[in-house]
Design a protein. Sequence first.
Length: 211
Amino acid sequence: MKLIVGLGNPGREYAGSRHNIGFEVLDRLAVKAGMVGSPSEFHVQARRNFDGLALDGPVMLGAGRQERFLLLKPLTFMNLSGKSVQAAKAFYQLPDDDLIIVLDDLALPCGRIRIRANGSTGGHNGLRDIERALGTSNYARLRVGIDPKPERVPQKDYVLGRFTDEQRKQVGPAIERAAEALLTWAEQGTVAAMNRFNPADSDSDTGSSKT
């Protein structure tokens, strides 16, 4: 089983916010993987489990290979994401290699994604709590760019705000690429996904939203 976790905050007031890009990626992945017919069906078909919304099922990958996916949206709010991730990972006794986290990143421009096999939290409170709960940082993560915050806008306000119309034009293709990257990760591994989807200048793993 592959555990794919999209980070965000529950509730209508946070839907579509920059901080909830992980949720949006999972909605799109569920469609591309054939688990649901449309992004809106994720919340209809998912069950409440592991302090989150969990959608699981078999997915056909290349060469006729089948893999079971568990897509998880923690409902604990961003800063307590580790509780949900740890519960799911422990229940299925999954190794670190079968886990990937999808999150927002202030250091990347909108329209860009970056995959890493492990690394620092980059100041992201969701990753920080996951690392605390799991006792390791040796899990893959896929960061989706949300642009650096404007100079005089508080970071919390920025990440909890919604994308501008111009940003949304760039975020849409990024969500599509992120979903494709996750399928590549599941089928071929982290290195293959990095080689195919990382931008050429993504040599560092620093900088993220901190709320």
